[in-house]
Design a protein around this ligand. Structure first.
Ligand SMILES: NC(=O)c1ccc[n+]([C@@H]2O[C@H](COP(=O)([O-])OP(=O)(O)OC[C@H]3O[C@@H](n4cnc5c(N)ncnc54)[C@H](OP(=O)(O)O)[C@@H]3O)[C@@H](O)[C@H]2O)c1
Length: 324
């Protein structure tokens, strides 16, 4: 009987295979919790802002797969149409619509809301997802610092203008996509609009904290209406949100950071899971005013729960967006 000898490269190859397999398992683990509910959305209507890319596009794709009418509210209709076409082909749901919404313009927000209120029979889920992060100092059409204007004030106004439709369609849900960055945020009432000094990171953190504070107060005001409102942290997700960061513009740092980022960052699909959980989970039917992360509720720090700050921000937001 001949003796069996292992090929020379068998051990290193199997070690490499185990290492790569382990890496993918770790990557999957870092991707966080998955929403596994199988709810269908036939006959229900969803508006999602910033749905042409990133997390918003993945949420739209999933909701389309469930048979819902999905209104993709985007500022660039060409990009929106490309994303819509992809989603329609993939899900065979033709009930997907692109509608112009520029959150950096009160006029555009009003026109969008008017069209939804006039043309849509119902609105079951509003997902305030669009966002801009750490951009250079820019102003919206109405003179708001861009991150505060788009991330907070734009969604604040949009939500108010769609509230009657949401109430009439109750039970309905509002989801505000915030971030862990809210916990580093401070509402700088001395210079809310960054008129004197502008720090791109602080302005983003302030806007994401504003998302959470808006959620808390809106949930209280909507008590007993059948409309819930929760905030979501999607986690760290590889999307276009970093487009203004110098690190993403440099090929060298992108190359050096690639292994770390590949492992640490969620895919957009993974980043969509907590938003889907907030929008769909039947166990959340009556849950409101909460902060959700990795498909579960997370406690907010005392700092965030300062009632005086919540009320003051609300009053200023109403005034600046001219809500009567
Ligand atoms: N990615 C992360 O790690 C992470 C972490 C925590 C929280 N978040 C939050 O998740 C949300 C989605 O971000 P993402 O990561 O998916 O980023 P993204 O890929 O950059 O997508 C952002 C979306 O917002 C839209 N948008 C920006 N300005 C707008 C405006 N003025 N009017 C209407 N739409 C506008 C963008 O449209 P254009 O394509 O036309 O620019 C895009 O569709 C944001 O609220 C973000 O703060 C993300």
């Amino acid at each position: 009987m001949g003796s069996y000898s292992m090929p020379k490269y068998a051990v290193p190859l199997s070690a490499l295979g185990t290492f790569i397999g382990g890496l993918y398992l770790l990557k999957d683990y870092m991707g966080g919790a998955k929403y596994t509910g199988e709810e269908r959305l036939a006959g229900r209507t969803v508006v999602i802002t910033g749905a042409n890319t990133g997390i918003g596009k993945e949420v739209a794709r999933d909701l389309a797969r469930r048979g819902g009418r999905v209104i993709m509210a985007c500022r660039d209709l060409d990009k929106c149409e490309r994303a819509r076409a992809e989603i329609v082909v993939e899900t065979a749901n033709r009930n997907i619509k692109c509608q112009l919404l520029d959150l950096a313009s009160i006029g555009s927000i009003k026109a969008f809301a008017k069209a939804v209120n006039q043309n849509e029979k119902r609105l079951d889920i509003l997902i305030n997802n669009a966002g801009i992060m750490r951009c250079p100092k820019l102003l919206t059409e109405d003179g708001f610092e861009m991150q505060l204007g788009v991330n907070h004030l734009g969604h604040f106004l949009l939500t108010h203008l769609l509230l009657d439709k949401l109430k009439a369609s109750a039970p309905s849900r509002i989801i505000n996509v915030s971030s862990l960055a809210h916990s580093r945020g401070r509402i700088n009432f001395e210079d809310l609009n960054s008129a004197t000094t502008y720090n791109p990171a602080a302005a983003y953190e302030q806007s994401k904290l504003a998302n959470v504070l808006f959620t808390l107060e809106l949930a209280k005001r909507l008590k007993d209406t059948g409309v819930t409102c929760n905030a979501v942290n999607p986690g760290l997700v590889k999307t276009e949100i970093g487009r203004h960061l110098s690190v993403t513009k440099s090929y060298i740092s992108s190359f050096l950071l690639f292994p770390f980022l590949w492992l640490m960052l969620k895919t957009p699909r993974q980043g969509a899971q907590t938003t889907l959980y907030a929008a769909l989970d039947p166990n959340l039917a009556k849950v409101t005013g909460k902060y959700l992360s990795d498909c579960e509720e997370q406690a907010l720090s005392e700092k965030v729960l300062d009632e005086a700050v919540v009320k003051r921000l609300w009053a200023i937001s109403e005034k600046w967006t001219r809500i009567t």
